[in-house]
Ligand binder design. Sequence first.
Ligand code: BES
Ligand code: MN
Ligand code: ZN
Length: 520
Amino acid sequence: MEFNIKSGSPEKQRVACVIVGVHESRKLTFAADLLDRISNGFISDVLRRGDMEGKLGSTLMLHAVPHTLCDRVLLVGLGKERDFRAKEYREAIRASIRALTQTSANEAVSYLTELTVKKHDVEWMVEQATVITLDALYRFDRFKTRTDEAAREPRKLTLAVPRRSDLADGEKGLLRGLAIANGMKFAKDLGNLPGNICTPTYLAEEARRMAETLGAQAEILDGAAIAELGMHSFLSVARGSTEDARLIVLRYNGGREGERPVALVGKGITFDSGGISLKPGEGMDEMKYDMCGAATVLGTFRAAVEMKLPLNLIAIVPSCENMPSGNALKPGDIVTTMSGQTVEVLNTDAEGRLILCDALTYAERFNPTTVIDVATLTGACVIALGNVATGLYSNQDGLARELIAAGEEVGDRAWHMPLWEEYQELLKSPFADMANIGGRPGGSITAACFLSRFAKAYDWAHLDIAGTAWKGGKDKGATGRPVPLLMQFLQDRADIALGNVVRRGRPRREVPEAGDDDIE
Ligand code: BES
Ligand code: MN
Ligand code: ZN
């Protein structure tokens, strides 16, 4: 789909559809009011008849509105005006796109981006609208031989900004939104691919192709090279499968030479059967999504490079299958990690931490300021937070705050979980330095505790995305989360490095002037 930024009156748009908002109790927005006046009250007449109240997310398509140049006007409910915030804005955008795809209109001009949302600028309005539109239009139909007739997509969407002086900010927001949406699409496609196609080898080749196309560097290590590094914990998981393991390492140097990088580490289990501690059969197909941490890291890397963020970034993805076989890792086995610490494997289904611990040790060689790992790590995290928030752990509270604020900014939320000493106790093993599980209570926390033992050399955060990376049920599919959170985090970091001020987790785009002190 093609996007455009424009400023201009809604009644003058010669287009298939103009999208405007209506607040609850039929309060027209500025653009809706303009259309109402030019049409001698046509819109308020329709509303008075009671077909639309302006409830958040409701829509009503009007045809042949007098004295306008467009074929249709789509009214979108915004809810109560005083409750209209970021969340409501996102919902309204999503509803408008859903309604648009149910008509044959293939071009539209949306005036929802002209609205104001407290604490947010034009750039944010456009960025969010772009990301949400492309997210709503996403489909994964690569393996359908007959295309769905419902699968329609408008050709062109123009986003309106209030003034001509806003055009440049709108264009900036659009570029950022497109980069984020592309990163999310990359992540969703990889996540949705079945395990028989998206193997560790495939994942590595896709990562290499992506990085090299964008001018970044890629290094791929196979099982033999991984063994040479001493990653015996990682390889102990890979051993049960006939698919060879891969360690994917991508580098992007957008920052100053010698500037310490941020490293992202993603769990890349392309299928998690549980291994010898085999999972129950029901819903096991969803374990093809066990590489969504890897997909997030690669999608974020892609977006950061596309956006040319001024920072140095490393992506590290350990990838393998977790399968049972005569060669497979067994409960009771003891493995030696790259760090030298030993692990007693009490459950082969707790494999994510076994591959991530070695990747965290490997990250040390890049002397990173910050390492963030992303993993579909525990079912317990889904029990704790459901499908709403990502579980966030960190050895540095400031970093945790940055990530929470970034997620808040873009509606991709995380929740700070504890990493207290008391939980570390649960990982004690009589035979090795630690066990790989801590029992059912606090299962997401003890998994994070395990990882923390390998992340002492830098500021570290862990995102448990078991509940947020994909949806089950009738809307089954990868979500692309938390690419938006990580991109906002990286943008904020880049802005801080440029000397800009971060306000409420969101940097102002300009360097503050003297006496400018409205920092909240
Ligand atoms: N990939 C799973 C975690 C998972 C399960 C994510 C269900 C999303 C939905 C992970 O490898 C795993 O199996 N974890 C075990 C750990 C347990 C054995 C300590 C779990 O959560 O049951
Ligand atoms: Mn598992
Ligand atoms: Zn797993």
